[in-house]
Design a protein around this ligand. Structure first.
Ligand SMILES: [Zn+2]
Length: 256
């Protein structure tokens, strides 16, 4: 069990740019536990404000929780108010406040991107608070601390209200890691868990696992989604597939 996604220095290269963007903006909602910015740069500070973006049919709010800069993403269907949380990673009080700040959103579902413990520290508390339905891939579901209600396979779909999210199974960081795709009017939005970060794939434990993850990333992510695809990783700053695509040969060659 090694949740460390990437060497700190590799993430730091982009965070400075995002941080400059983020700190230039104003907070729009003040809450007791978590502030929510209504402009979105892709950077959030551990323990700091959340950031929300409105994509029309869906709003996405990113918040960093816990000691490992884990990102949790609250997705709300604007037509119905139904909400889904990607990785109830930590700090259930702040996650609860985030839901409360989302204008009557009803949190119905959690999706856990993979089995590593830093991605589900708040899963039980969120389930108890909201009565959520838990979703994960069947290969990682048995490792989670609460029962999974629905398992999803590659090519499957998860709905948040009227908005479909496509499931991509990425094998390597863990056997049952998944990514989710929202097809927005402005292009795809991809939640990658620990399978893809700015600067490289997620950590793998063997050469075979690394090859498997690179194969899946190349075939199922970079091979099917365009450069404008926005990437929301499980730790640290966001990126785009276009930013990362030129580095694929380098990643393959270096082996991590
Ligand atoms: Zn992990």
């Amino acid at each position: 069990m090694d949740p460390e996604p990437v060497a700190a220095g590799r993430r730091e290269t982009t965070s400075g740019r995002w941080r400059r963007l983020a700190t230039a903006r104003w907070k729009s909602v003040r809450c007791a536990v978590v502030d929510v910015l209504d402009t979105y740069s892709g950077h959030t500070d551990p323990g700091g404000a959340a950031a929300r973006r409105d994509l029309g049919a869906l709003t996405i709010t990113k918040v960093s929780v816990g000691p490992m800069d884990n990102n949790a993403y609250l997705l709300v269907c604007t037509a119905t108010g139904e909400a889904l949380l990607v990785d109830a990673a930590n700090e259930p009080e702040r996650l609860t406040e985030l839901v409360a700040s989302a204008g009557g959103a009803q949190l119905r579902t959690t999706v856990t991107t993979h089995r590593h413990y830093d991605h589900w520290q708040a899963l039980g508390a969120v389930r108890d608070k909201f009565g959520t339905r838990q979703i994960a891939h069947p290969l990682d579901a048995p490792e989670l601390p609460v029962p999974v209600d629905d398992t999803v396979e590659h090519g499957g779909t998860i709905s948040v209200g009227q908005v479909p999210l496509e499931v991509i199974h990425l094998r390597g960081h863990t056997p049952g890691s998944i990514a989710l795709v929202y097809r927005g009017d402005d292009g795809p939005h991809l939640f990658t868990g620990d399978s893809l970060f700015p600067g490289g794939p997620g950590k793998t434990g063997s050469a075979d696992d690394f090859a498997s993850l690179m194969d899946d990333l190349e075939e199922r992510v970079f091979g099917t989604l365009p450069d404008e695809t926005w990437v929301y990783p499980g730790h640290g700053d966001d990126t785009t597939l276009g930013t990362e695509r030129p580095s694929l040969p380098e990643w393959r060659a270096r082996g991590w």
